[in-house]
Design a protein around this ligand. Structure first.
Ligand code: CA
Length: 239
């Protein structure tokens, strides 16, 4: 596989609280979107990426992927929780996380919060994660349509993340991909600005390298206003 990661402050925020990671050789992809006052958001997302990538890189390869992911996210959760407890300026910090561990044709997914993982196959974009947000719960309960959820005043309220509780509750599952497919991880700074169809249109340029497509998605989100930090990790199964 080939992969690229890019993150951008956007046009409205004064700092970037997102963190990204991509290691194509080891099949590790991560997006984290931090939150919290002062420097909390930046610290939380950076810690998440550091601890999760270090755990995944150092683990024995025979370890079962879902267990490996659970342990890596637990370790990150604890690191953020403990760092916040030790520094009053970081109280309450947390971060979303979206992680993909690639094992040949298997995609092992772990996420908490509203950062998303998509599969792009033959021109079609399929969302592989559900947002852990209040509005997504309301959509599932039939109280809101997806269109209403998109513009709802409480759309940023997330129901799960890392770092704000002593234990994490990520969602972990397996998907599969094949030659020609791409997997996209992104923060809500991308999906809040662009419709899925627009993202799919950019990803359809299969001849362009992943880093060029990441840049193009970020540029497009900025053209639409760039209200939030924008992060994109893109990997392509090259067979
Ligand atoms: Ca965000």
């Amino acid at each position: 596989m080939i992969a690229a990661a890019a993150t951008d402050r956007g046009r409205a925020r004064t700092n970037n609280e997102d963190s990204v990671f991509a290691d194509a050789a080891r099949g590790i992809l991560i997006v984290a979107d931090g939150m919290g006052g002062h420097l909390g958001g930046e610290v939380a997302s950076r810690l998440a990426v550091e601890v999760i990538s270090a755990n995944l890189l150092s683990a024995p390869p025979q370890l079962e992927p879902s267990r490996l992911l659970a342990e890596a996210l637990d370790a990150a959760n604890l690191a953020i929780w403990q760092t916040a407890a030790a520094d009053s300026s970081l109280t309450g910090m947390g971060t979303t996380v979206a992680v993909v561990l690639v094992r040949d044709d298997e995609l092992w997914l772990a996420h908490a919060g509203d950062s998303r993982i998509y599969l792009f196959r033959q021109g079609r974009l399929e969302r592989l994660t559900r947002d852990h947000t209040l509005v997504e719960q309301m959509v599932e309960a039939g109280e809101l349509t997806p269109e209403q959820a998109r513009v709802h005043p409480l759309r940023n309220v997330i129901s799960r993340c890392l770092g704000t509780e002593p234990t994490a509750e990520p969602e972990i599952r397996k998907a599969t991909w094949k030659q020609g497919d791409s997997v996209l991880l992104c923060s809500d700074g991308l999906t809040g600005m662009l419709e899925d169809e627009e993202i799919a249109q950019v990803l359809s340029e299969q001849k362009a390298p992943p880093d060029a497509l990441c840049r193009k998605l970020i540029d497009l989100a900025n053209e639409r206003g760039g209200w939030d930090n924008i992060s994109v990790v893109l990997a392509r199964h090259t067979g």
